[in-house]
Design a protein. Structure first.
Length: 274
């Protein structure tokens, strides 16, 4: 099986940290990449890659950029918690433009979802990929919406998609929570490659974490369907990070961590259903 797609691949959010990491990794494998972001691309382009500065709110441009592409890696949009009006344009309307482009081109979508789509599940739980969506912020809500958009376009239009619920993807884990949720850049790139290269994916969800011994919260996803298993691990960082916690009872109770504490105004947490 070839390790390069037959058609070009569009990557949104290319100027962000994850977009840049994917550009380096996939470009080094010879992928033909079309890169776009609202911000300038700060690195040297790999051979065969082109960059177009564009806004996800511009549906006409998104459709044009996707012409002839076999897959869209959708990593663009607001990537942290912001007021709803700031999230609305790129993360809701922009996502619609991506799926419309995918429908027109019969392209597969790989969507950068997030653990914040299920952030209000408690850390004492173990949940499957088909669990209830419990977003913890407007950002997390936009990711839950994105997963539902993928379902709509699969059942109504046959557009294939994989939603990767990214835990915490950074060069290294930085606190105790990330000993469970960390996803290395290498594992992310290998996962994205498999999501594109797998023969058929339908509409799937995969937990985006590396091979971390402390990850006991998330199980039963579609990784086998795309042929991916993580190779890296946060475990070597356990000695220096195991005690690095926030002291915030809301942050430490829920899977979404500090995002659950943003604007939190309940008198007491919701009792866990049993």
């Amino acid at each position: 099986m070839s390790d390069t797609p037959a058609r070009p691949v569009l990557l949104t959010g290319a100027a962000g940290n994850l977009g840049r990491a994917l550009t380096r990794a996939l470009g080094a494998q010879g992928w033909v990449l079309r890169l776009t972001d609202i911000a300038p691309f700060p690195d040297q382009l790999p051979p065969g890659a082109v960059f177009t500065r564009a806004d996800l709110n511009d549906g006409v441009t998104m459709v044009r950029l996707a012409e002839g592409c076999g897959a869209i890696l959708h990593f663009g949009g607001i990537s942290t918690e912001k007021p709803f009006e700031e999230v609305l344009g790129p993360n809701i309307r922009g996502l619609f433009h991506i799926y419309e482009a995918a429908r027109r081109e019969r392209a597969r979508v790989v969507f950068a979802s997030s653990n914040h789509a299920i952030g209000f599940h408690e850390r004492t739980e173990t949940i499957d990929a088909d669990t209830n969506l419990l977003p913890d912020t407007y950002y997390g809500l936009s990711k839950a919406y994105g997963e539902l958009m993928g379902r709509l376009y699969w059942y109504k239009h046959g557009v294939e998609s994989v939603s990767i619920r990214i835990g915490s993807s950074f060069p290294e884990p930085t606190n105790a929570r990330m000993l469970a949720t960390w996803l290395s850049y290498g594992d992310l790139a290998r996962l994205v490659a498999r999501c594109v290269l797998a023969e058929k994916v339908g509409c799937r969800v995969i937990w985006g974490t590396s091979k971390n011994a402390r990850m006991t919260w998330w199980r039963n996803d579609a990784r086998e369907a795309v042929g991916w298993s993580p190779q890296d691990s946060a475990d070597p960082f356990a000695g220096q990070l195991a005690g690095k916690v926030s002291g915030d009872p809301i942050e430490e109770r829920y899977m979404g961590g500090g995002y659950c504490s943003f604007d939190y105004s309940r008198d007491a947490p919701v009792p866990r259903e049993r």
